[in-house]
Design a protein around this ligand. Structure first.
Ligand SMILES: C[S@@+](CC[C@H](N)C(=O)[O-])C[C@H]1O[C@@H](n2cnc3c(N)ncnc32)[C@H](O)[C@@H]1O
Length: 280
């Protein structure tokens, strides 16, 4: 049965989920972690948005990054932030009402309702992983960039997720299941190729690795135990094996030796001058 509520598959259609707060609180938790704050700051620097610039933020979620960018383009600039979820856009509008030059729209990343060449910069943060056809979203973002404009994306590669456990077989099953629940769980390694195929030049990729020894926080972001429980329900993993795996990780955590890591990639590219989208 298709689920709209888990963090891996649910972000592609948040408005169909039964509990919006699950998604909103995940974004708030991520925003509170220094690793993501640093990735975001670097992405703003790569975008090189200056006062007067026009920026498109795609898949804006609760809108905090769009609000930060609005500060960088002021005075005289503008940030248009879009999200496919009406509920996200409503929450973002409420959180960031009255910021000069900042507006929010409901729109799909694969069908942007803007003219070719409308923006100096475009940013997308942990959204492509949720889109089954990320290449079409990238082509759309390139289309709405002006020649010389910059696209910056941060996204995850879920097959880089590690956990130190005595049981390799069950760890692999759970981590692979998590990766494969994303519409585009390998987007991290695919972005460089997709940026080049979409006609962007000067494509650069910066790997960013998060390491954590905090099982509670990691489980709230990476859904280890919910994924294991899902596999038990599907009959793919025995209940006793899943319980032993959970007990082992909790014991490691209590002993201060829990380890998990994953790598995301910060990728940027520039739309070449003097090339129309027919060629890109
Ligand atoms: C993991 S959240 C990231 C939100 C935000 N970029 C951040 O860094 O907090 C993914 C967001 O992408 C949105 N999204 C998913 N698929 C989309 C699509 N096809 N078009 C536009 N937004 C989409 C979701 O509604 C959600 O708000």
């Amino acid at each position: 049965m298709e689920s709209h509520d888990d963090l891996a598959s649910g972000f592609q259609s948040v408005d169909r989920a039964s509990d919006f707060e699950v998604f909103a609180s995940c974004l708030t938790l991520i925003d509170s972690l220094p690793f993501f704050a640093e990735c975001k700051r670097e992405s703003y620097d790569l975008l090189a948005a200056t006062p007067g610039s026009t920026v498109l933020e795609v898949g804006c979620g609760l809108g905090d990054d769009a609000a930060a960018l609005a500060g960088r383009v002021a005075p005289g600039g503008s940030v248009v932030a879009i999200d496919g979820s009406q509920a996200m856009v409503e929450a973002a509008r409420k959180r960031h009402a009255g910021i000069a030059g900042l507006s929010f729209d409901v729109a799909d990343a694969t069908r942007l309702p803007y003219e070719e060449g409308s923006f100096d910069g475009c940013r997308i943060d942990r959204v492509l992983q949720h889109i089954p056809e990320p290449a079409s979203a990238i082509r759309e973002m390139v289309r709405v960039l002006r020649p010389g404009g910059v696209l910056v994306a941060f996204d995850n590669d879920w097959e880089t997720l590690t956990i130190d456990s005595a049981n390799r077989a069950i760890t692999r099953r759970i981590l692979n299941a998590w990766c494969d629940r994303f519409p585009s769980g390998w987007i991290g390694r695919q972005m460089v190729g997709l940026f080049s195929e979409a006609g962007l030049g000067d494509v650069e990729a910066h790997p960013k690795t998060l390491i954590s020894d905090d099982l509670d926080v990691a489980d709230r972001i990476f859904s280890f135990f919910a994924t294991a429980d899902g596999l038990v329900t599907e009959g793919a993993v025995d209940r006793e094996d899943a319980d032993r795996w959970r007990d082992e990780l909790q014991a490691a955590d209590a002993a201060g030796r829990f380890f998990t890591s994953y790598t995301g990639f910060l990728v940027s590219g520039t739309r070449p001058e003097g090339v129309t989208t027919a060629a890109v």
